[in-house]
Ligand binder design. Structure first.
Ligand SMILES: [Zn+2]
Ligand SMILES: [Zn+2]
Length: 171
């Protein structure tokens, strides 16, 4: 099994590389950094000034056999009926997408914190991969599969699977 992280748009190589290292250490499998796409126009909603998550997810295509793909976008994502989403997974195609947009302290008018930013991004990627690997949401608020309603939830949980979830991952 291999995990491929694809940059959707202009995301620093160092950020992609660091996220790849962290995700690989958690799943104990190789992680490749692949090229994504940068044309998001078809997913843009000018009224909401956000991008429709499911459209970008579909545009990622299907993962290959023995591969799972996570697209990493730096634009704000939404689905109908929600103000925004941190990410979305599609189990059948083996793909997921996350947004970095709301993971930065700057988004909330706070001073940049690169360490916190990378931790948050890792948790979102691992969470969506958890869905692809067959897990639902977990009631344990320290588990990476706990549902994040807000960043406070994300900051409270760890990047790891709890003892209930970990054995249920089917790689
Ligand atoms: Zn989830
Ligand atoms: Zn759990």
């Amino acid at each position: 099994m291999k995990i491929t992280l694809k940059a959707l748009g202009d995301i620093a190589d160092e950020v992609m590389g660091e996220l790849g290292n962290r995700v690989g250490a958690i799943f104990h499998c190789p992680v490749e950094i692949g090229a994504g796409f940068s044309d998001f126009a078809q997913a843009y909603n000018p009224e909401r000034k956000q991008y429709l998550s499911s459209k970008l997810l579909t545009a990622l295509g299907k993962a290959q056999r023995e591969e799972r793909v996570v697209g990493i976008a730096d634009v704000d994502l939404y689905v109908p009926r929600l103000n925004f989403v941190f990410g979305e997974a599609d189990v059948s195609s083996g793909t997921a997408i996350i947004s970095l947009c709301r993971l930065r302290q700057e988004y909330y008018g706070l001073a940049p914190d690169e360490v916190l930013f990378l931790e948050r991004a890792t948790k979102e990627i691992v969470h969506e991969l958890g869905h692809i690997f067959g897990l639902g949401h977990c009631p344990n608020n320290r588990c990476v599969m706990h549902f994040s309603n807000s960043l406070a939830d994300t900051d409270l949980k760890e990047a790891q699977f709890c003892n209930m979830c970990r054995p249920r991952i089917i790689l």
